[in-house]
Design a binder for this molecule. Structure first.
Ligand code: C6P
Length: 412
């Protein structure tokens, strides 16, 4: 760990426990990250000190809650360098944000239009576009991934042919949750702009792991989850460029998002309220602001370097295991802080169960990437995903656990 981080692990209460009598080695950060004390404290402060509804009350507690909630919006805007806090819509998470954009954009699509996405998308950035294409008559196309182990990343040459003026939406992930591939999102945004396509970035796996600047990218929409970036579950963000948000119809209607209502009709407020019908997730939004503070106190460039160093070490050590099939970028190539692998004779669920006995938390399964798994001829992989508090020693524990598993199954 970088020396400036003194004692990152001490900030995370949950890490200091044993599981099945072994020290917890938490390597399932792709599913959800752990929460630092400062984020937990922000939740407790709200519920103990000023729990109240926002935007509705004129009493002291409500005003304090409103200030903290809107302050969190401003903090998130700064976190991703949005031009205006009004471009930050609080959602339940990445999935909800993409669904909101896909449903809203579906109304603007027509037969002949193309929605372009990629073969490595999480179901959350795939099914909403299938639905949008079905509802509008638009055609859904995919940028292919290269290599038998998807080691070659997305096929940029195919992008030349696919990204035509017929493409109205280009939706892609920043970091693949199964492969660890880091997509060239700046290039994707630039090329999409050149043909007039709207970009939608799934930043679920990247937002808490590396600097992210929506204006430098020129991104139109970005969706991410609080719980993968040291924040609480149940809160996420949909960033939308102001000019586009103002043109989109709301996805949900109800209280808090209207200027005036008659028995016949209603007029919407501008963004962000227009997209936040009903009482929002006040406590978790405020705590998400605390998560932004925490991550910036570590430095997101430092986190990215730490993730990359751990995954490089993990790839090198894992490649020594007999019969392992490593998925995604090859050993030594650039990848994010996660590694995904399969053994011919041991099912991923057995690997995860054995690792759990050694205190190691992994994920095994299709990782909500079924079409990609099918393309790779797999049903599942085992995944270890790292964060700022993980160490090289934990990778050694992982590798030792995997050796034990392979021996048990007569594969080692
Ligand atoms: N991936 C995992 O890989 P939600 O559940 O809405 O917070 O995030 C959905 C999502 C969208 N895109 C990507 C790239 C993701 O990785 C995820 C969530 C988790 O373990 C759960 S499947």
């Amino acid at each position: 760990m970088p020396p400036t981080w003194k004692n990152v692990r001490a900030d995370f209460p949950v890490l200091h426990q044993t599981v099945h009598g072994k020290p917890l080695v938490y390597l399932d950060n792709g599913a959800t990250s752990q929460k630092p004390r400062s984020v937990i404290d922000a939740l407790v402060r709200y519920y103990e000190g000023y729990n109240s509804n926002v935007h509705r009350g004129l009493h002291a507690l409500s005003m304090r809650a409103t200030d903290a909630y809107e302050g969190a919006r401003t903090r998130v805007a700064r976190f991703i360098n949005a031009a205006d806090p009004a471009e930050i819509i609080f959602t339940r998470g990445t999935t909800e944000g993409i669904n909101v954009v896909a449903r809203s954009l579906a109304a603007t699509l027509k037969p002949g239009d193309v929605v372009l996405t990629t073969e490595i998308e999480h179901h959350s950035n795939l099914i909403p576009w299938q639905q949008a294409a079905r509802a509008s008559g638009a055609t859904l196309k995919y940028v292919p991934v290269l290599g038998a182990d998807a080691e070659g990343g997305l096929d940029l040459a195919a992008l030349d042919e696919l990204l035509t003026p017929a493409v109205k939406v280009f939706a892609f992930t920043h970091i693949s949750n199964t492969l660890g591939t880091i997509n060239p999102v700046a290039e994707f945004c630039r090329r999409a702009r050149a043909v007039g396509a709207i970009t939608v970035i799934d930043a679920a796996q990247s937002i808490g792991h590396a600097p992210f600047d929506v204006r430098a990218l020129g991104a139109d929409f970005v969706s991410f989850s609080g719980h993968k970036m040291c924040g609480p579950t149940g809160i996420g963000v949909l960033y939308g460029r102001r000019a586009l948000l103002d043109k989109l119809a709301p996805d949900e209607t109800g209280g808090g998002m209207v200027v005036s209502v008659t028995y016949e009709d209603a007029r919407w407020k501008p963004a962000p309220e227009r997209f936040e019908a009903g009482t929002p997730n006040i406590a978790d939004a405020i705590a998400l602001g605390a998560a932004c503070d925490y991550l910036d106190s570590l430095g997101r460039d430092q986190i990215a370097a730490h993730d990359a160093a751990l995954s490089r070490v993990a790839m090198e050590k894992l490649s020594t295991l007999p019969g392992i099939r490593l998925i995604g970028p090859r050993v030594g190539a650039e990848r994010s802080g996660l590694v995904s692998f399969a053994f011919a004779d041991v099912h991923a669920h057995d690997v995860v169960t054995f690792a759990d006995e050694d205190g190691v938390a992994l994920r095994g399964g299709h990782h909500c990437n079924q079409p990609l798994m099918r393309k790779l001829g797999l049903t599942s992989t085992t995944r270890a995903s790292f964060y700022a508090y993980n160490t090289e020693q934990e990778i050694d524990i992982l590798v030792a656990s995997l050796r034990r598993t392979l021996k048990f199954f007569g594969a080692g």
